[in-house]
Design a protein around this ligand. Structure first.
Ligand code: PLP
Length: 398
């Protein structure tokens, strides 16, 4: 980029300034879960100037509009359906604008199937679940999460039982958080299913949506014993991931995969010559193109290696924080997220971090975070706290 002078009002000058500002913000970006280890994407440059619109149903080839990437979208859905254990003859899905739309779609689909359903999610679920329930006018029950952020299955069971007494035969929708936003705790879909069994909810009366925005792909790629259960084989009916989190697409997008026999559209639309089965009508054709390219570039082995590298950096970060006397923890061994008591405000002014009402803050060690950034953050925390009080919670600064 050409070097405009600061304050240069021309288009070039404004863009230069914007770019410089964004790069500066990136140097302090640890609080939000977007991977930044993009490979060379120059192969995608020729598509930049094409309007690519996957309007309508993802599997309806073409429809009326020909400039689309639905065949690549189909492959992206297939890759994730395989990864998440969806049956070969019973899979559906599409590329969304992100996990917010995916949750909205899953709840919409569930509501079309289940009479007078109630949505259950934990108190640590993403705020988009409550919003989708409100948009769809679905009753919402929040189930308390434990200290680390995982749903209390005993309380889920008790709530569903209590509700079933008054609302016999109605539908039960559970949104499981596969990596909560704040601590990356994982709700166990098999245990959710067992709680519903024990409460007498028959399989045809339930829908379990796994909101795996951040952790779905890296968790599914890990084959170690004890990995949390959240796949179709564990009882999920739909699973969603964001494309701009682990998969590093540099603009918001997501993928939702579902069991096809649970899916219903609204019939064919004459204008698009395709069934109406998605939340938005016009849909990005660039998002499937990027997702397809990155999945092909890394493949399962490359994706797994990225996840392992990020987890190693998360372990390192946790140790470094403890090393300066700042208590830090991870909700589960696969987490990229390190949680710790909220640091003093001057530090948060330099390092924008998400915080919660329990007094926690976190950093998320996504692929692409340079270890040097972690070292700078920990040193800044140590110095800020020392300047404020001379004391660190739990211990003296070394
Ligand atoms: C668990 C969870 N669900 C949903 C979302 C929303 O995802 P998106 O930004 O793709 O809409 C997030 C984002 O942080 C999240 O952490």
């Amino acid at each position: 980029m050409s070097q405009g002078l600061p304050g240069d009002p021309t288009v070039a000058g404004r863009l230069d300034q914007l770019h410089a500002d964004l790069l500066q913000h990136r140097d302090y970006d640890l609080g939000f879960p977007g991977a930044t280890d993009l490979p060379d994407v120059s192969a995608l440059v020729p598509f930049e100037r094409l309007l690519l619109n996957n309007v309508g149903h993802p599997f309806a080839p073409g429809g009326a509009y020909r400039l689309h990437t639905k065949h690549l979208e189909y492959e992206v859905i297939g890759f994730l359906a395989d990864l998440f254990g969806a049956p070969l003859d019973n899979r559906h899905g599409y590329v969304t604008t992100g996990s917010t739309e995916s949750t909205h779609w899953a709840l919409w689909q569930a509501r079309r199937q289940l009479a007078a359903a109630t949505v259950y999610c934990s108190s640590a679920a993403h705020y988009s679940v409550a919003k989708a329930a409100e948009l769809l006018r679905l009753r919402l029950r929040e189930i308390p999460a434990d200290e680390r952020g995982e749903m209390r299955y005993d309380l889920l069971h008790a709530a569903v039982r209590r509700d079933s007494r008054h609302r016999r035969g109605t539908g039960v929708i559970v949104v499981a958080s596969i990596g909560t936003t704040m601590t990356e705790a994982v709700d166990d879909v098999a245990r959710i299913g067992a709680a519903l069994d024990a409460a007498g909810v028959e399989p045809r009366r339930r829908w379990i949506h796994a909101d795996a925005a951040l952790a779905g792909v890296p968790l599914a790629l890990d084959e170690s014993v004890g990995r949390p259960a959240f796949m179709f084989t564990d009882g999920a009916h739909s699973i969603a991931v964001s494309g701009h989190k682990f998969m590093a697409v540099p603009f918001p997008c997501g993928v939702v995969v579902a069991l096809a026999d649970r899916h219903t559209g609204r019939g064919d639309i004459t204008y698009t010559a395709a069934p109406d089965s998605t939340i938005t009508g016009s849909r990005s054709g660039h998002a499937p193109l990027w997702l397809w390219y990155l999945l092909r570039h890394w493949g399962p082995a490359g994706l797994r290696a990225r996840a392992e590298g990020a987890r190693a950096l998360a372990r390192y970060t946790e140790q470094q924080l403890r090393g300066v006397g700042w208590p830090a923890w991870r909700a589960q061994p696969w987490a990229f997220t390190v949680v710790f008591p909220r640091p003093p405000q001057p530090l948060l002014d330099r390092w924008p971090l998400a915080t919660d009402e329990r007094g926690n803050a976190h950093v998320v060690l996504m692929p692409g975070v340079p270890p040097e950034r972690v070292d700078r953050f920990v040193a800044d925390l140590r110095d800020t706290v020392a300047a404020a009080s001379g004391l660190l919670p739990g211990a003296m600064a070394s």
